[in-house]
Design a protein around this ligand. Structure first.
Ligand code: TV1
Ligand code: CA
Ligand code: ZN
Length: 373
C-alpha cells in the first residue's frame, strides 16, 4: 500500500460551461467533485495543477484540420451556417454549439495531455483529469456529448515514450471513439465494459476485436441492465488480470465514466460507489503508471461523490475517509443522508439470469488466449 505521487489537473473555469438548458451533460459536476475533494483536505496531499489549454495544433494530432478549424470558430450564432444546416461536424441535440465549446474542449484535452506528460516524465505515478474521458469524439466529428477526444490525444502522448498502453473504459456507454482510433494497432489495447442492446452508440459487440496488427487488441464486454458490484467484478477482474498478463502494458488509462453507477439518469447499471472505485483500487495495486479520467455521469451528486472517493483511492487514503460528508459549498445537494455513498437499488441483474455474464467472460478470455505471450 505504498504512497504514490498523484498529479491532479483542474481548471477553476470548467464548471461554468453549460451545454444548454435541459442537456444531461453538466460540466458543473466537475466543480462539485473538486469542492468535495477540497473539503476532504485532499488537495494538499497531491500536486494540484491547472493544465495548459490544448491548442488547435495539438488537437490535430488526432482530429482533421478541417474539423478543428470549424470547432475553434463555431458559436451558437454561426452553428447553422458552419455545420451546413446540421449535416457536418456536430451531431444534433447531443452536441450543441454552446457558448465557449472550444475553450471547454481545450481544458478537457489540455488536462489529459498534461496527465500523460506527467507520467512519461516520471514526475507522477497517477495523474487525474476528471474533465477528460470524452470517449465518443471522432476524428472528423463530434458525437455523444464529446467534441475532442482527449483520451486519444493523451494516449498518443503516452506512445511517444511507452511501447504499449492499455485503455479501460467503465462508462456505461461503449468507448467507440478510442476503439476506432487504435483499431488496427497492437500498441494500444482498448477494453470497454458497456451496456449493449438498444443503447447508444450501438457498437461494441465481442465480434469487434480489432483488425490487421490490431487483431485481438480490442476487447469488448457487452452487458445487460442491472449489473451489480459482484457481477461486474466477476467480469472485470478476470478479464483485466488476463490482459495484464498477456499484454504487459507500460501504462494504463482508466476512463471512470460514472453513468455506470446505480441511479444514473442515463445509465442502467446497479454499481455502487465502492464497486466502481474497486476498478481504481485494482489498477493502482498493479503499480503500473495510471491515468484516471472522467466521462459520463448524469446524476451529478453521485458523480461528485464517486470521483471524490476515487481520488482518495488514488492517494491510498480511502480507509481514513469519513463517510459522513464534511461541510462544503454544495452540502445541501447531498441530502437527505449527507453521506459519501452511492447505494445499490432493487433492480434485477439481467446478466446472471440467462448466464450471459459467464458467456461474455468466457468469450473475452478465449480472445485473449489468441495473444502470444
Ligand atoms: C439535449 C437535451 C440533448 C436533452 C440528449 C441521452 C439530450 C439526451 C437530452 C441523450 C437526452 C443520448 C442518442 C440521439 C440517438 C442519439 C460522456 C438520435 C434524456 C460520455 C452520450 C449519449 C453518452 C448520447 C456520453 C445519446 C458518455 N442519450 N436528453 N442523448 N438519437 N444519444 O441516443 O458516454 O456518457 O436524454
Ligand atoms: Ca464503457
Ligand atoms: Zn456514458
Amino acid at each position: 500500500m505504498s504512497k504514490k505521487r498523484v498529479a491532479y489537473y483542474y481548471d477553476g473555469d470548467v464548471g461554468a460551461f453549460t451545454y444548454g438548458l435541459g442537456h444531461p451533460m453538466k460540466p458543473h459536476r466537475i466543480r462539485m467533485a473538486h469542492d468535495l475533494i477540497a473539503s476532504y483536505d485532499m488537495l494538499d496531499k497531491m500536486h494540484v495543477l491547472r493544465p495548459k489549454r490544448a491548442t488547435p495544433e495539438t488537437m490535430t494530432s488526432f482530429h482533421t484540420d478541417e474539423y478543428i478549424h470549424f470547432l475553434s470558430r463555431v458559436t451558437p450564432e454561426t452553428a447553422e451556417e458552419l455545420t451546413f444546416h446540421g449535416t457536418r461536424f456536430l451531431m444534433g441535440e447531443d452536441n450543441p454549439a454552446f457558448e465557449g465549446v472550444f475553450e471547454f474542449c481545450s481544458i478537457s484535452a489540455g488536462g489529459s495531455i498534461a496527465a500523460a506528460q506527467r507520467l512519461t516524465s516520471g514526475a507522477a505515478d497517477i495523474a487525474i483529469n476528471w474533465a477528460g474521458g470524452l470517449h465518443h469524439a471522432k476524428k472528423r466529428e463530434a458525437s455523444g456529448f464529446c467534441y475532442i477526444n482527449d483520451i486519444v490525444l493523451g494516449i498518443l502522448e503516452l506512445l511517444r515514450t511507452y511501447p504499449r498502453v492499455l485503455y479501460i473504459d467503465i462508462d456505461c456507454h461503449h468507448g467507440d471513439g478510442v476503439e476506432e482510433a487504435f483499431y488496427t494497432t497492437d500498441r494500444v489495447m482498448t477494453c470497454s465494459f458497456h451496456k449493449f442492446g438498444e443503447y447508444f452508440p450501438g457498437t461494441g459487440t465481442q465480434e469487434d476485436r480489432g483488425r490487421e496488427e490490431g487483431r485481438n487488441y480490442t476487447v469488448n464486454v457487452p452487458l445487460k441492465d442491472g449489473i451489480t458490484d459482484e457481477s461486474f467484478r466477476n467480469v472485470f477482474e478476470p478479464i483485466v488480470s488476463r490482459i495484464l498478463e498477456v499484454y504487459r502494458p507500460s501504462a494504463v488509462v482508466l476512463q471512470c465514466g460514472a453513468d455506470s453507477l446505480a441511479g444514473d439518469k442515463l445509465g442502467c447499471f446497479n454499481i455502487t460507489m465502492q464497486g466502481h472505485a474497486h476498478c481504481v483500487q485494482f489498477l493502482r495495486a498493479t503499480n503500473i503508471p495510471l491515468i484516471l479520467l472522467g466521462g459520463g455521469g448524469y446524476t451529478t451528486k453521485n458523480v461528485a461523490r464517486t470521483w471524490t472517493y476515487e481520488t482518495a483511492c488514488a492517494l491510498g487514503i480511502e480507509d481514513d475517509i469519513d463517510l459522513n460528508l464534511p461541510w462544503n459549498e454544495y452540502f445541501e445537494w447531498f441530502g437527505p443522508r449527507y453521506r459519501l455513498e452511492v447505494p445499490e437499488n432493487n433492480m434485477e441483474d439481467l446478466n446472471v439470469r440467462d448466464g450471459s455474464l459467464d458467456k461474455v467472460r468466457r468469450t473475452a478470455l478465449q480472445q485473449l488466449a489468441q495473444i502470444g505471450g
